[in-house]
Write a protein that binds this ligand. Structure first.
Ligand SMILES: Nc1ncnc2c1ncn2[C@@H]1O[C@H](COP(=O)(O)OP(=O)(O)O)[C@@H](O)[C@H]1O
Ligand SMILES: [Mg+2]
Length: 256
């Protein structure tokens, strides 16, 4: 049986002097999946990703990556994951190729292997003419793509992206999602968070919706869309997307 890329059981997180950010979250991301984690601001998405990638300490619960417990072998699980975090966090004075080669160094990948790999990734992500352009001169969308390239430099099996298309224009968002889809076709598992429900609806295989630290819906995209009540639907006739958004609003609008 294929192993799950991610198995989270009853995960809880209470930040010191802060809120109970996760109130017992359980999630499964099958290997090879394209999984979208959706939720309003403050729902707990980045906290989940932080715990999975070892940046945030959990209060309780278990997390395993490809069957390996993150408490037992944190370095091993961490090295199986490529993380593209929510905040732009590369050195703005460095050049894209050097940023990738440096990152490869953290995983013990030699320069002679890292350099061509970095150049291929940058090419694939449309940054082929930016190898030597220092980071702060890149546009917002280019910075995001650079972050994705960096997350892939050690050839992880599992790519985790936190709001990868935030602040990226429509055209570029579309090509970014297409790129991610080609990665999943190549066998890479993807977990991402996003606010762009239309794209999630089109491309994700599984979806979970989190609100205030609790999962309020979880299933295949078809299962989630089946929760939709046509009597409240905005559009009549030919369906052209938007159901997911209506479901999302219904499930997360109790923000009293
Ligand atoms: N380092 C932190 N210290 C205290 N509270 C935090 C910290 N990080 C996040 N929170 C709080 O935890 C909750 C969940 O945040 P987060 O996981 O960032 O949500 P999301 O990514 O869905 O917007 C929010 O109430 C947020 O303010
Ligand atoms: Mg977040």
């Amino acid at each position: 049986m294929a192993q799950d890329a991610l198995l989270i059981t009853d995960l809880k997180k209470k930040y010191a002097d802060g809120p109970e950010a996760l109130k017992g979250v359980s999630l499964t991301v099958p290997a090879g999946d394209f999984f979208a984690l959706l939720g309003p601001n403050g729902a707990g998405k980045t906290t989940i990703i932080g715990i999975v990638t070892g940046l945030v300490t959990k209060t309780s619960g278990t997390v395993s990556v490809f069957g390996i417990d993150t408490d037992e072998e944190p370095e091993r699980t961490r090295s199986m994951i490529g993380l593209c975090g929510q905040e732009i966090n590369f050195d703005p004075f460095m050049k894209p190729r050097d940023i990738l080669v440096n990152q490869a160094g953290y995983y013990g990948i030699q320069r002679r292997i890292a350099i061509p790999r970095a150049e291929k990734l940058l090419n694939d992500l449309g940054l082929g003419d930016k190898f030597d352009q220092i980071g702060f001169k890149l546009s917002g969308g280019m910075k995001r793509r650079l972050m994705i390239a960096r997350a892939l430099i050690h050839e992880p099996k599992f790519l985790v992206l936190d709001e990868p298309t935030a602040g990226v224009d429509v055209e570029l968002r579309r090509s970014m999602w297409e790129y991610l889809t080609t990665l999943t076709k190549g066998g890479i598992t993807i977990l991402l968070t996003t606010h762009y429900l239309e794209e999630a609806e089109r491309l994700a295989k599984h979806v979970a919706i989190i609100n205030k630290g609790e999962i309020v819906a979880n299933g295949t995209m078809e299962e989630i869309l089946a929760l939709h009540d046509p009597s409240t639907s905005l559009g009549a006739g030919g369906y052209s997307g938007g159901k997911l958004e209506e479901i999302f609003i219904k499930l997360t609008s109790n923000n009293s």
